[in-house]
Design a protein around this ligand. Structure first.
Ligand SMILES: NC(=O)c1ccc[n+]([C@@H]2O[C@H](COP(=O)([O-])OP(=O)(O)OC[C@H]3O[C@@H](n4cnc5c(N)ncnc54)[C@H](O)[C@@H]3O)[C@@H](O)[C@H]2O)c1
Length: 273
């Protein structure tokens, strides 16, 4: 049994991952920590009867929880600032991290990678754990390599609670395309379009436009538009529910316990793409 610690079990993703983990025959949830609902029983939040009662603990006491419950893997879908702090503590304790949180800083990612190597605690980090999206990452780069003269735009839509924009997934699609055409994303990304100083819209040549829409309860849509003279291709992924991300997180948990390389893996490795 994989001893699992869940960070953020009261969030949308956290609840779903908790339900799947608790009912999985290979995983034993040993602890769950959050900022809210402290002292409540995890099963009561997700309306599953959990045989061994897990009480939600205060994330500020993370080290104490780790000492008592000795998790092997932690899964974290929370907010960037929290992940940056808590996953450092976990990796310092040799715990293998599965991180789904988006918008973490480059500074954290560099320090975390160093710690992963030093403490022999491999990790999976992915802004999108859905199988279809990871295939989209791959084919969006392949398509771009055939369509170098065409304009490419990435359009993403998410629920109105989402706190980062553009989505980590849109950025990763942008990276896949820029790698494929051999230009750094920072040099060609254009985040949104607006009227120029003389109230005219500027053109879109030699740019990858990345656009964010926020509304209602949209789980997550990503469209990659390739537009050429007189024709266009659109690649589209739509998540119908958060289940596709949560299933990916469970796969990542089972993958990371078996890894010997002390490095950061992606879903490309987990799904063997
Ligand atoms: N990788 C993927 O496949 C994937 C899929 C969906 C969402 N996400 C990302 O996962 C994250 C969570 O998304 P969500 O929709 O579940 O959000 P949410 O707002 O529903 O949940 C956030 C959780 O984080 C907890 N939290 C907030 N501040 C905290 C702190 N300082 N310390 C500890 N916990 C804290 C909250 O209590 C809550 O449990 C976001 O970054 C989102 O972009 C990733």
């Amino acid at each position: 049994m994989i001893k699992l610690l869940i960070l953020g079990p009261t969030g949308s993703m956290g609840k779903l991952i908790s339900s799947l983990a608790i009912t999985d025959g290979e995983i034993e949830v040993v602890a769950a920590c959050d900022l809210t609902q402290i002292g409540k029983e995890l099963g009561s939040l997700i309306t599953i009867d959990v045989p061994n009662k897990i009480m939600i603990k205060d994330v500020n006491n993370l080290q104490e929880v780790i000492n008592k419950t000795k998790p092997e893997v932690v899964v974290d879908f929370t907010v960037a600032k929290a992940t940056e702090k808590n996953c450092m503590v976990c990796a310092e304790n040799g715990i293998r991290c599965v991180i789904g949180t988006t918008a973490m800083s480059k500074d954290f990612l560099d320090k975390f990678e160093e710690l992963v190597g030093k403490n022999k605690a491999p990790a999976v980090i992915s802004p999108n754990m859905a199988t279809g999206v990871n295939i989209l990452f791959k084919i969006s780069g392949v398509l771009a390599s055939y369509l170098k003269e065409w304009d490419i735009e990435i359009i993403e839509a998410h629920h109105h609670r989402k706190i980062d924009a553009p989505s980590g997934t849109a950025l990763k699609i942008g990276e896949a395309i820029s790698e494929s055409i051999g230009i750094n994303l920072d040099e060609i990304a254009k985040y949104g379009r607006e009227k120029g100083p003389n109230k005219r819209l500027v053109g879109a040549k030699n740019e990858i436009g990345i656009h964010s829409i926020r509304g209602g309860d949209i789980v997550g849509d990503h469209t990659v538009l390739y537009a050429g003279p007189g024709e266009r291709i659109e690649l589209k992924h739509q998540a119908h529910s958060r289940e596709c991300f949560a299933n990916g997180a469970i796969k990542a948990i089972k993958f990371i316990v078996k890894q010997k390389g002390n490095r950061i893996y992606s879903m490309k490795d987990v799904l063997n793409l």
